[in-house]
Design a protein. Structure first.
Length: 368
């Protein structure tokens, strides 16, 4: 058995921790910096603050923000618009539901706290859609449909659409026709593309589908006859929007290929995260199968806020370290910097943003 040695941590080059002293905390940024010198989840959050700041302040870094979970119904929408308006992100990849609930806010509608005394059957009868402890009124989504339809009427029906084109045009509608604030308005004004990979899995996607069918319903009714609504529906199901998801995929690939460095800021995980991260393998596969020699893009920075651990085997919980095996990230030995906080984003995201905004206001300079 080996005899234990009694080393001095300082002499071995270890980093010393420091007590979190409330008397020395005067701001959010002070708190986050101090947490980075503590332990456990607090240290992870402090490290995320440090990496996120470096990513945002790197003038050569193109930041991709991926969004999943009901963040807009959870009232995080203004954080997203602030990040866009402040130039913190250059590209957004999101679920369609998150954008739809954000549009509900943009047209002046309200979300409500769920009263547990109201059961889900009662909520359905009254037109309330429950998302955990919060309610989206079904009538709100009808107003979202009005915005989508108003936008689609303006577009060339012979031109194939993509989610990036439609979200840009909805942003234009908000900015120029409705004078409404919101994520898509800010993205339109700042020329930040917004991609929705699982487009049909959302209110906006369903709105576009019903809009396309509405153009054919009278003709189908005349051909099929009254009282045969199921047959009418089957007939108009043949009327699909001119939508090509590969326009999104290739547009995004071109977008990131032009960047000197890439960073990714992820809320949650799911399809938006994986779709954003697969760009490196997409280019690598193209090289292999098409005889090309294009340098695959890798993410140099990454900050992820998601409560899911990796041992469930899901994409949302997989670590950046795992992503190295897929060729998606720059290795730490080559300068890659990554932070992961296993927490509810509604708890830690506001803290991170307040700290970042304080630093920016104070004119802090990124460390070389």
């Amino acid at each position: 058995m080996y005899a234990r040695e009694f080393h001095d941590g300082a002499k071995d080059g270890l980093e010393a921790l420091e007590p979190l002293d409330p008397d020395k905390i005067a701001s959010f940024s002070d708190l986050l910096e101090a947490m980075g010198k503590t332990a456990f989840g607090g240290r992870h959050l402090g490290h995320a603050f440090d990496v996120l700041w470096e990513m945002i302040e790197d003038p050569d870094c193109h930041v991709v923000m991926t969004l999943s979970g009901a963040m807009t119904i959870a009232k995080m929408g203004k954080i997203i618009t602030k990040m866009i308006d402040e130039g913190m992100v250059q590209c957004i990849i999101s679920t369609g539901a998150l954008m739809a609930h954000g549009l509900s806010e943009s047209v002046g509608k309200t979300h409500y706290r769920h009263d547990p005394a109201m059961g889900d059957e009662e909520l359905f009868r009254k037109g309330y859609n429950r998302v955990y402890d919060t309610l989206e009124m079904e009538s709100n989504l009808n107003y979202v449909e009005h915005v989508v339809a108003q936008t689609l009427k303006r577009l060339d029906q012979d031109q194939p659409l993509s989610s990036a084109v439609l979200t840009r045009e909805i942003g234009k509608t908000l900015a120029e026709e409705l004078d409404s604030d919101g994520i898509l308005k800010s993205a339109y004004l700042k020329k930040v593309p917004v991609y929705i990979p699982a487009f049909t899995d959302s209110e906006v996607g369903l709105d576009m589908g019903t809009w396309a069918m509405a153009r054919e319903v009278d003709r189908a009714r005349a051909q099929v006859g009254l009282g045969r609504d199921l047959d009418i529906l089957r007939a108009i199901h043949q009327s699909c929007p001119s939508f090509n998801p590969y326009l999104d995929l290739n547009s995004y690939a071109d977008h990131v290929l032009s960047a000197k460095r890439l960073g990714i800021f992820t809320i949650g995980g799911g399809v938006p995260r994986n779709w954003a991260q697969q760009v490196g393998p997409y280019i690598e596969i193209g090289n292999l199968r098409l005889g090309l020699n294009v340098k695959p893009p890798r993410f140099h920075y990454g900050v992820r806020i998601c409560p899911e651990p990796d041992y469930w085997g899901g994409l949302s919980g997989c670590t950046y370290q795992e992503g190295l095996s897929w060729g998606k990230f720059v290795t730490p030995k080559d300068g890659g910097r990554f932070a992961e906080v296993l927490s509810d984003a509604t708890v830690v995201w506001p803290l991170l943003m307040m700290g970042i905004l304080e630093r920016k206001k104070a004119g802090a300079v990124r460390r070389p």
